[in-house]
Write a protein that binds this ligand. Sequence first.
Ligand code: SF4
Ligand code: SF4
Length: 598
Amino acid sequence: MTFFAKFCIPFIVGVVVLFAVIAIKYLSWLRNLPKKDWKLIFSNIISWRTVAAAWEVVCESLLHRRIFKVNPRLGYMHMSLAFGWFLLIAVGWMETVAYMGFKWVPLQGHVFFKYFVPLNGITEHKPLFDFVMDLLLLFVLSGVGLAWFKRLRSRALGMKKTTKHVLFDRIALSALWFIFPLRLVAESITAAIYGGGSFLTGGIGILLSKSIGVEALSYTYEPAWWLYSTALGVFFIAMPFSRYMHIFTEIPLIFLRHYQLRPESKEKSYDNFELEACSRCGICIDPCQLQSQLGINDVQSVYFLRDRRYNMLQQKIANNCLMCGRCEQVCPVGINLNTLRLNSRSSMRNIPNEGRYNYLRNVDTSSGEGKVGYFAGCMTLLTPNTLRSMRQIFEAAHEQVWWADKEGGACCGRPLMLSGEVDSARKMIEHNKSLFVKHQIKTLVTSCPICLKVFREEYKLEGIEVLHHSEYILRLIQKGRLKINYQRGATFTYHDPCELGRGSGIYDEPRAVIKAVGKLLEPAHNRKEAFCCGSSVANTSINDAQQLTIAGKVATELSETGAKTIVTACPLCKKAITRCTETQVVDLSEIVAQNLKQ
Ligand code: SF4
Ligand code: SF4
C-alpha cells in the first residue's frame, strides 16, 4: 500500500512548512542566547530539572492545569483541544501499528488511516479502536464547540473580554475550528460507504447512508477528505505566524525556565520564547484595573506581547501599564510580563548616559555612620509622619542609624527603570551603592516598596541585608527590642502595595505588625489579588482623574471593612488612598510609633 492520495498534498505541505519555520526560529533564538545562558543549560540539562520540566509539560501544555485553576470551563476547552488532539495522534499511531505491524508508514498514512484502511477486512481490534477514536474525536469536538461558543458569549465561559486577533490568528483559528468537524464528516462518509466506525462516525454514517444513499455519498467522499486535509494544511502553515505557535513554544520555554534562564532588564533572545508562548488566552485582561475601572481595552499584557512579537509595539501601549502585576499573577504560562514590558520601554526610551548625572559625584558630604542604613525613599520624604515614626522606632530600639537620604543618597533608580531609562538608573544605583559600602552598613531598611524591589533585584549588595520597614519592625518586636501597647477595640484594615506584595512577596510581616497593635479586618481583595492604588510611578499615561477613579475603588473596598483605620506600607499608596476616603489612612510605622510602650 502506498499510503498516498492527491488530497494528502495540503497536509504534507503544511507539515513541512510548520517544522521548517519552527526549526529556523528556535535555532536562531537558541544561537543568540548569551554564553551565561548556555552555561546554565549545560549545567542543568542532565539533572532532575529535566524530569521536572517534562512533567510540567504534561501538566501545562497538555492538561492546562493552571488555566483550570483560574477558569475551569476555559481549562476544559484548552485541555480537550490539546490533550484530545495529542491522544488522537497517539492512539491513531497505535491503531496503524496494530494493523500494519511495526513498519514504516508515512505521516499522512497515520493521519488519514481511515481513508487508506477503511475496513481492512479486520480484525478483532477494530471495534475497540473505532470506539476509542470516536470517543477522542467527541472529546476534541466538545472543545471546538466551546471555542465557538466563547466567541459568541465569552461571559458564559467566565470571561468579560476575549482577545482581538491579527490576520494570521484569524486564518489559523478558522482552520482550527473546521479541522475536527471536517474529520467527523470525512470519517462518517467513509463509514457510510464502507461500514465500520463506532457510535459517532458509524452512527452518523448509518444516518447518512439511509437519508442520502451510498451512491450519492460516494461523490462527496474524496472532496470531504480534501477539505479535511486542506484545513490541516492551512492551520499548519498559519500556525508559526499566529498565536498557535504557543502550542510548541511553551515546551522549550518550560525546559529553559527549569534550567534557570530568565528575561533581563535588556531585550534578549530568550524573550522570544516568552513572547511566542503566550496563547492569547486573554486571562490577563479581566484582572487589569485599566480595563475594568477605566475602560482602557488595548494595552493589557496580551496586546503588549502581541504587538511586541509583530514589531508593531507603540509607546502608548508599552507605557500605559501600572506594573501592578495582577496580570502576571494569573498568567497560566507564567510569562514575566513586567520584566518584558520594562525592557521594551528600555529599548524604546532609554537615553544613553550622557553625563547627565555627573553632579552626583559632589553630593556625598556625609559623615554619619550606623549598622543600619535607613533609606526612606523619595516618596517617604514627602510623607513626614512616616519619617517621624521611623525616627521614634529607631530611638526606641536604640538603633544606630545612618540616614541615607540626608547624607548624599539619591533616588533609588527604580522610577527611571520603570520609565525605560536604564542607563540613568544605573548611575543612581552605582552612586547609592558606593555610599552603602563607604558607610559599612550591615542592614539597609527602606519604607518604600519601590526602593526595596530595586535594592534586592538590581543593587547586588553583597554582605548587606535589605529589609522593608515592615520586616524590620516585626523583627524588633519579635526580639523584644520594641514593646507595643495592644489596643483593645482598635480596628485596622490593610492594603497590600503591589511592589511589596506581588512584587516582593511580603504579605505576612505587615499583618503580623498590625496584629501586635489591634484587630485586623481583611478587605475583599487582598494579598495576591489586592487592587493597585492607581498611583504607580510606572504609569505616566493615565491622568489624575483616572488615578483617582482607581484609588476610589480601593478606598471604598477598604472602608467597607468597617475598620477605623486603613493601614498601608507604601508612601504612594498612602497618598492615593487618603485622597478618596474620610477614613484615617496611615503608614504601618505610624501605628507602631503611636503605640510604643515607654
Ligand atoms: S500573557 Fe498570559 S494570561 Fe495573557 S494572554 Fe498571554 S498567556 Fe494568556
Ligand atoms: S501590570 Fe497591571 S496595569 Fe499593567 S497590564 Fe497587567 S494588570 Fe494591567
